[in-house]
Design a protein. Sequence first.
Length: 379
Amino acid sequence: MKSYDVVIVGGSIAGSIAGKYLADTGMSILIVEAAKTPREKPCSGIQFRYFEKLMGLKIPKDRLCKNQIKSLYMEFPDERSFKVKFKMLNFTRDVLDNWLNEVAIESGAKFRDGVRCTDIKKNNGNYIITLRPKHQDVEQVSTKYIIAADGLSSSIRKKIRPEDFSRKPLAPTMNYYLKTKGDGDLDPHALYQFWNLDYNNLMFAWTYKKNDLWVVGTAHTDNLIDRCDNLLKYVKDKFKLEGDIVKREGYASTFKLEAPNHVYLGCDNLMFIGDAAGLVDMYRGLGMDAAALSGRLVAKAIIKGDINTTPPLELYEKMMRKTVKKINKNSEKQLLTYNTNDELLQGLKKSFIKMGLGTLIGTILNKFRSPRKIKLLPA
């Protein structure tokens, strides 16, 4: 049986970043990813520029989309809108995640895709992990630490905390990818947000461009396809966009992200990071930044805890305290608390100036903050 210092289950943003920093110290690291890579993932792939500082890595230009985001367009329920300059990173998750896999491998981590984790047992202070590679025999490996980075549908978390999941999907999303004749009146360098409960009752509906394709998408707890169809018609009519859908991409999770205190960072030497930890902020509409931060900090906690007598989980929880507090606080602000667009409009009016100023100031200050002290935006 092969033995590793750390086994990471899940090879997306959080898992790869944790693997990279742990491997940098000379630890033996195994990253297993259930999917074959590179793989497409239902995710905006749009991030604040502090994302690179959180990772401690500069994304190569050829791993970014040809059209970078330079402005933000927001439309309220009464169809009033505004547009401001705001630079953000724009990438596709298959390309970014594959690059991060390569970064972890270059640091010395072993990466295996198409391998599922099917069982975990404790044995004399270590863990025995059962792995099932696709079309191969089942095998087992041992490790001192396990990092669960296997996403919102985390099989590990489902076994440990089944109460964190419902029987039915709670937050279904849908993206339509369009091949268009030009861009119409849309700006290929803008992120469009449509705040309207008719389209999305979880956060905002969205439109943006990924290289040669326009993406129109939303999330809703009721009649998702009809909502997305209506949004598409609205965008086409309002912005004179002509084109056809070439791909539909849907996702649904049973994770109770709306539940109070839904973030769970682990037990003993089993630690959760990224989406598997519940580090998804539906109010902000983001999770990649918290995933990157958690991957980096869990590595730091294990490295530090392996040297002294402090349990790594205790260090990790302390490092993540402010982030967890912010996510839990924001879960109380989700749009499901609004029953009508009039209520949503009034809520946006009350929070708009504060959020705008907070985001502007936060963007400036984040340039001088250490990764651990970066303020996740929007404020």
